[in-house]
Write a protein that binds this ligand. Sequence first.
Ligand code: NAD
Ligand code: 44H
Length: 384
Amino acid sequence: MTAVHFGAGNIGRGFVGFLLNRAGYEIVFADVNAELISALDSAESYRVHEVGVESADHVVTGFRALNSSTQTVQVEAEIAGARIVTTAVGPNILKFVAPVILEGLRARPADAAPLVVLACENAINATDMLAEHIRGLSDATEWATLESRVIFANTAVDRIVPGQDPNAGLDVTVETYFEWAIESGPFDGATLDIPGVTWVENLAPYIERKLFTVNTGHATTAYYGFAAGYEGLAESLADPSIRDRVYAVLQETKAFVVAKHGFDPDVQEAYLNKILTRFANPHLTDTVERVGRQPMRKASRHERFIGPAAELAERGLPTVALVDAVGALLRFDVPADPESVELQALLNAEAPGVIVERLTELGPDHPLFDSLVEAVRNAQRREG
Ligand SMILES: NC(=O)c1ccc[n+]([C@@H]2O[C@H](COP(=O)([O-])OP(=O)(O)OC[C@H]3O[C@@H](n4cnc5c(N)ncnc54)[C@H](O)[C@@H]3O)[C@@H](O)[C@H]2O)c1
Ligand SMILES: O=P(O)(O)OC[C@@H](O)[C@@H](O)[C@H](O)[C@H](O)CO
């Protein structure tokens, strides 16, 4: 059985590819990074180093690699014969892998088991986004045939895989912890056997709790850490004033998941404290630049700050710490990050209300709007 995985980067090699390989799948990594693909194609194995209180080493074998820019036809042929297609390329890249997946579906034998497609990205319903891109390239008549050949399932993936030491080759250092939840509904009772996966009927509580606790807390640490001049994520969190602000943000998102999804407050408190311990893992060399990357995506409507803050404001619940964290996001000025450059240009060019609408899609009638406008104004004045 084959699994084609788009994106042979940190989470691709260190989590999704690793778990599928351990479940017995031969992995075909597809990536546009020619150097990485060439290294993977000529390697027999790579190692996954799990680091934490308990460390472990795993050797991954049984994979091949294709360049999805230059070997498109081969990737399509692999998809036509595969059982699973996964992605870990970033939500903004899904539209670029959609055409290849569609061609693979077109070439798939009609009597083959349906292709399982899982977009393992940090975004709410990323697989639905990918499915929309694929469907948009087909027409209604063709899609009526193709849709019986595919199962699209949303998923939530959680494992911190930092940027890697450039001398590590293909090996990946990851935290010991992981969680992979996949919605079971689309499988109609016939889920796959992937040890380590949690199958859930309703993914919304899992993905929202994960994104709005792990990723909101992570990004808050990164933006305050960057503003304070730290490079490392763990060293940022070790600063008591930053830790207090991260904790305050996580109290607001705790109120959100408790109110919306009915999580027990004590259980959520334990979950968020465990996550703070994960961020502080001294064996991970994570950076504020990686965790803060793409600030405009992170400030968008359904993402880790505005997603919970908008719903909290609609419920009349506090959002002060989240809005302050957005203020820190606005100061993320990293020349190597194109979205950071675009954000800083936007802050220099536009009025606060225009910026809030452009970034968050919220208008003046939304209860969060005025406080976000104030945060933008302070960032423009370099205040607050
Ligand atoms: N690293 C983590 O801790 C982590 C954890 C959970 C989820 N994620 C999510 O996984 C995704 C990938 O993150 P990452 O940290 O592995 O990033 P990464 O930059 O290490 O890997 C992304 C890979 O995608 C490749 N890529 C880019 N465009 C492509 C294309 N058109 N076709 C095929 N491959 C392409 C890149 O060359 C790169 O190798 C993101 O959505 C991220 O939010 C990351
Ligand atoms: O990948 P991003 O840019 O959406 O977010 C950066 C990190 O917060 C993220 O990669 C975490 O390490 C990961 O989501 C942990 O499960």
